[in-house]
Design a protein around this ligand. Sequence first.
Ligand code: THU
Length: 159
Amino acid sequence: MAEKRINVTYQEYSSVEEMTPEDQALVAAALEAQKGSYSPYSDFQVGAALQLANGVIVKGANQENIAYPSGLCAERVAMFWAGANYPDVPMETLAIAGSDHGVLCESPASPCGSCRQVMAEYQKKYNHPLKIILVGSKRIRKFSCVEDLLPFIFDSLTI
Ligand code: THU
């Protein structure tokens, strides 16, 4: 038996001003995207902004439904829209901002497992690392690829 360890590296910023201008713009877009949230059941507003390799920023927001599983997270709204409308353009960076009752979470909201799996799919499709930025009011975290949020990705049907 061998005990093994996985290391996750990420950057943590205490303020958006510490980030590159491009990342600052994406964070601003994720915050802006929260306005599109339809969340009457949870009152948890999530905005996502997805930077594509062609410079376009695609926004998404969580869409809830009285039949709860019929709703969709902000991240998947953005990724599926980009996948459908720019199928040949790699996805570069996905910024996510979550607010509880309209107040941005101090520690950033973290994407659910299903969204991480969808991120993994597009990262594989484009053979291009998908960076992720999690936006909170007290700290912002940046991951350089999906593996750092989802180790042991299920990404192959063969051995
Ligand atoms: N939600 C997202 O949109 N993204 C996440 O990463 C976590 C959760 C949404 C789903 C639901 O509308 C609300 O937040 C509460 O779970």
